[in-house]
Design a protein around this ligand. Sequence first.
Ligand code: ADP
Ligand code: MG
Length: 679
Amino acid sequence: MNTPVQYLKGVGPQKAALLAKLNITTVGQLLEHYPRRYEDRSQLKQIIEVADGQVETFCAVVISVEEVKPRRGLVITKVRVSDQSGDAELVWFNQPYFKKMYKAGMKLIISGKVERRFRQIQVMTPEVEPISQTDTLHTGRIVPVYPSSENINQQFLRSLIKQALDGKAQLIENLPTDVIDRHQLLDRMSAIENIHFPDNMTILSAARKRLVFEELYYLQSGLLFLKKKHQHNGIGIKHGPDGNLLFQAEKNLPFSLTADQKQTLREIKNDMEDTIPMQRLLQGDVGSGKTVVAALALVKTVENGYQGAMMVPTEILAEQHFHTLSRMLAPLGIRIVLLTGSLTKRIRKEVLERLNTGLVDIIIGTHALIQEDVAFQHLGLVITDEQHRFGVNQRALLQAKGNMPDVLVMTATPIPRTMALTVYGDLDVSSIRQMPPGRKPIKTYVASTDMQERIYNFVLREVQAGRQAYIVCPLVEESVKLEAQSATQLYEQLRQTIFRTVACGLVHGKLKPQEKDQVMQAFHQSDIKVLIATTVIEVGVNVPNATVMVIEGADRFGLAQLHQLRGRIGRGQHQSYCILLSDSKNPDTKERLEIMTQTSDGFVLAEKDLLLRGPGQFFGIRQHGLPDLKIADIVRDIEILLEARKAALQSVSIPEHITLLRPGLTAKFGEQFRLMFCN
Ligand code: ADP
Ligand code: MG
């Protein structure tokens, strides 16, 4: 399996380089280069039966070969063939070597798209094989179609994979026998053979199921190992039952908790009261009230004599949380401090000293929290907010500042259940789905750019009425620079025309963090009324006075992302409006944007987004660290995912299974996993 592909016949240095571009350097990778789709060329037709516009397969004899050169640079090769029922013409462009390949009298099996004009039947650039070949590869069967590139064509890939399979590449079974039996899976060798060259659809589906299962089973086992590892790595902190401080904190809240808040808080408290360290994800839309739940969890750790830490991705958020929590908890005598990169040396030193000597109960901060010289006296609970902005390593670094503290990860990007299992398989998940009562639903509209003038005038009227607005520029994928440029352009244009009399501001990804913070601060204090922005405002300030969100080129965004953006408004007592600008005529796109006007449930939108655009496009997926799946589709394969997870849950406590899984897990999860796994 680890043999370089160069050792196969037909692969020289040049082809090897091209294959490498498809991520194929070993025979193993070649065999795991799964087909993108299949074409059923097993049904042989007679020439008289072939239908216009269809891909058909038939057998015929060569009658004549002809080459024409209608103009410079164009060579057309025509091969005339016939069977008892009729004639057809095979046509290729600029492939002069075909002329030499076919001779009158040769028997061929032909597959390609048919064009019937008048009485003529033509097949453009068909795939052809001599019929004498006993086991046909490209025709007369269910034929695999691979992800390929310009210089690596289908026939080449098929032949190469066939060669590797015939050479009996050593395929070692990598699933435990009892798992195979229980889930009625194909063995690995048959699965690989049949995923490439299936004899029929039934065996193909069995092959696919086996390989999807294998992939998800390994993924789940890996994630569950991490979880188990963490749980057994020592004994965590056993928090006591709720006491007076927590009672007071809950009583002091100006509102009563929603049912979802109560439920998630219960789950968190239960984890904290257990000796196994908590590893929990708390997900809920922006504004669903996660902060209160987090605050009460922090009170619980303080009440038990421990310190709590909360890490957030930006200084603005840190300050915001600091103020919210101070207001809520300082009256109870809880000592809260803020740690960000912009503290003076002297103050920073003082904060760290108080933290280290236990004079601080709760610390809130940015990445500044994971610097080496930050030390706690007894850290009991670690909370990270907006987890998708932090890597797993950063989470681990903060955790390591305590001795097995409880860990709570919060995210405002609702993740469908299937994806949560895949991405956060090592965490338990709590969800807040219902919003606090009394919120005015945001009115959402889809409009085309010929309405732009009217929309800007509406923004102007809102500003004159004392409100604030966001205008979000179109997404420029992969280029922060271009995106910044287009935002700057729009900003210049607007403040010189329609918003001449209004204080406008600009934020984009090319600004220094400090500059960005300054602008956001000004918007927060209402010194800026209209903020022109790129998606950097996704994780941003809470400005309840902002009531309008105009999103330009809305069709370029995913639903989940639009939802995140929309979450910036509708936070105050005034009616809020979200306007999605798009000139797309594509019915699918229009339908997608329409969904935004129909629901404000982030979970529903996330599910829809995932279904519509697939996991690869799902918002922020890279930050979520969704692993590369070769064959499984976490939307389509949910049933298999659940089966695989069940199997994995058992396997992580079976020593023989662990031994079997180890090499594969190390290969799939890499060095990081090996380290966590081995020590
Ligand atoms: P999140 O952190 O999930 O974005 P927050 O915790 O900031 O949401 O809550 C958003 C707003 O809703 C805050 O102003 C908060 O005080 C308020 N809030 C939270 N829970 C409730 C509740 N149960 N009833 C009424 N208001 C609530
Ligand atoms: Mg605990």
